[in-house]
Design a protein around this ligand. Structure first.
Ligand code: ZN
Length: 418
C-alpha cells in the first residue's frame, strides 16, 4: 500500500452509507412497530451475522470466529505484530428491541474500515471490528456472554450449558447456526478497545450534547429482600395487633429510593419486582419478597448504599418484630474506563467540533469485560427520549455520524497512521 498525503484531520466517515447499513441490518427480524427482534443464536441472528461478515469480506477484512461465536473482522496494519485496536458491540437484540442498540457499535466500526479503504489510509497497528455473542441475555443467561467468556469471567463450558426456556443450549444453538469457530476465546490480543453505543438514557438529550465521553460503568448490586409477618383477616384484626409484612416492606422500598437520593449524582435505587403472599384483597400480607437494585460509580459507594439500606431494614425489624432478610443475588463491579481512551474520545470530539460531556453508563456493555483486558473507552450518542430496549428506540442520522467520526479519530490516534 502506498502512503498517501491525506490530511487526517479532515477525514470523515460516510454517514449515508452507515445509515443505510443500519437500516438494511434492521430488516432482519423487523417488527411491525419499527423495531427489531433478533434474539441471539436464532435463525435471524445467523442471517444478521452472515450479512455483517459478508460486508466485512467485501471490505477486504479477514473474519475470525471464536468458540463462543464472537466475530473479529480485521484490517491489517503496517506492523501486524502489534495488537489490534478493536471496536465492536453486539448484533443480538431484545425481543422488542430497536435498530440501534449494539448494531450501531458494530456497523460504526465497519464504516470506519470502509472509510479508511476509500482514502487508502494505512495504520501502524491493525484494526478490528468485533461482534460479541449474546450481549442482551434475553434468551440465555448470563448477559454479555461472549465478552464474558473472552475475558475468562466464566468458562466456555458454563456458557455452552446455558439453556433457553425450551431447553435448547447455547452449545447446540451455536453449532446449529454454524458459528462455533476454531479460535479459543480470549486467545486474541487487544491493544485497545472502543465501543460506540446509543446512551440508552436521557442525559445527553437533556443537556443538548452530541457526544458522551463515558467515564465508566456503574457498579451494580442485586438483592432479594424478604419480610415475614403473619397473615390475618383484614377485618377483625385491629391495627395495633397486626404483623403486616407489606407495611414494613413499603418502608424499606421507600428507603431504597431515599438512599439513592442521598448518593447523587450517580446513585440509583430501584425496586422493580414485588411478590405479595398470599396476595389476597382481604388478607393482611404475611410475606413480601421484593428485588433491590443499587448502582453507583464506585464499588465503595454502592457498598455503602447497601449498608445503609441493610441498617434501616435491621432497625425496622427490631422496632416491629417482623423478620427481614436481605440476600445478595448478583454483584457487578464498577468499571472505570482508561484515561488514555477517555482522552482520545474527548480530544476527537472537541477536534471535530462536537459538543461533549463526561457521562457514566448505568447499563452494562461488552466494554466492561474488555476493560479488564485492555485500555478501553466508550462513546455515547443521544437516543430519542432516552428510550432503548424498545421498538421505538431512535437516533438521528447526525448523531449516528458524529459518534462514528469520533470513533474513527479515537481509533486512529491509538493505531497510528503511517
Ligand atoms: Zn447494547
Amino acid at each position: 500500500m502506498t502512503t498517501t498525503t491525506t490530511d487526517i484531520s479532515t477525514l470523515r466517515i460516510n454517514g449515508q452509507r452507515l445509515w443505510d447499513s443500519l437500516m438494511e441490518l434492521a430488516k432482519i427480524g423487523e417488527t411491525p412497530k419499527g423495531g427489531v427482534c433478533r434474539l441471539t443464536l436464532t435463525d435471524l441472528d445467523k442471517q444478521g451475522r452472515d450479512l455483517v461478515t459478508k460486508w466485512a469480506r467485501e471490505a477486504g477484512l479477514t473474519v475470525t470466529i471464536d468458540k463462543i461465536g464472537n466475530g473479529f473482522m480485521r484490517r491489517p496494519g503496517r506492523n501486524n505484530a502489534l495488537p489490534p485496536i478493536v471496536t465492536g458491540s453486539h448484533i443480538d437484540t431484545q425481543p422488542t428491541g430497536g435498530k440501534f442498540d449494539g448494531n450501531y457499535g458494530v456497523l460504526a466500526g465497519l464504516e470506519v474500515m470502509r472509510t479508511l479503504n476509500d482514502q487508502g489510509i494505512e495504520t501502524e497497528a491493525p484494526m478490528e471490528v468485533s461482534f460479541w455473542t449474546n450481549e442482551e441475555g434475553s434468551r440465555f443467561v448470563p448477559v454479555m456472554m461472549g465478552s464474558g467468556v473472552f475475558s475468562k469471567t466464566f468458562t466456555l463450558e458454563h456458557a455452552y450449558a446455558a439453556k433457553d426456556i425450551d431447553g435448547k443450549t447455547v452449545g447446540e444453538e451455536l453449532a446449529r447456526i454454524g458459528y462455533i469457530g476454531e479460535q479459543e476465546p480470549g486467545d486474541h490480543p487487544i491493544g485497545a478497545f472502543f465501543e460506540t453505543h446509543i446512551e440508552q438514557g436521557p442525559v445527553l438529550e437533556d443537556n443538548d450534547v452530541t457526544i458522551g465521553v463515558v467515564q465508566g460503568v456503574l457498579g451494580i448490586r442485586w438483592f432479594d429482600c424478604t419480610v415475614t409477618g403473619m397473615e390475618a383477616h383484614a377485618g377483625p384484626t385491629p391495627m395495633a395487633l397486626r404483623k403486616d409484612a407489606m407495611q414494613v416492606a413499603a418502608q424499606i422500598m421507600q428507603e431504597v429510593v431515599a438512599t439513592a437520593m442521598r448518593h447523587q449524582p450517580h446513585g440509583r435505587g430501584t425496586v422493580g419486582m414485588v411478590q405479595v403472599f398470599p396476595n389476597s384483597r382481604n388478607v393482611i400480607p404475611g410475606r413480601v419478597k421484593f428485588s433491590i437494585d443499587l448502582r453507583n460509580s464506585t464499588d465503595a459507594l454502592v457498598d455503602q448504599m447497601a449498608d445503609e439500606v441493610k441498617a434501616f431494614a435491621a432497625s425496622i425489624s427490631t422496632k416491629t418484630g417482623l423478620d427481614v432478610k436481605i440476600e445478595l443475588v448478583s454483584s457487578y463491579p464498577a468499571q472505570a474506563f482508561h484515561e488514555d481512551c477517555k482522552g482520545a474520545v474527548a480530544k476527537a470530539a472537541t477536534k471535530l467540533g462536537y459538543s461533549n460531556m463526561p457521562v457514566v453508563s448505568g447499563a452494562g456493555h461488552d466494554a466492561v469485560y474488555m476493560s479488564q483486558l485492555a485500555p478501553t473507552g466508550m462513546i455515547f450518542i443521544p437516543c430519542k427520549d432516552g428510550i432503548s430496549h424498545n421498538e421505538i428506540e431512535s437516533a438521528t442520522p447526525e448523531h449516528i455520524s458524529a459518534g462514528c467520526n469520533v470513533l474513527l479519530h479515537a481509533m486512529l490516534e491509538r493505531a497510528g497512521v503511517v
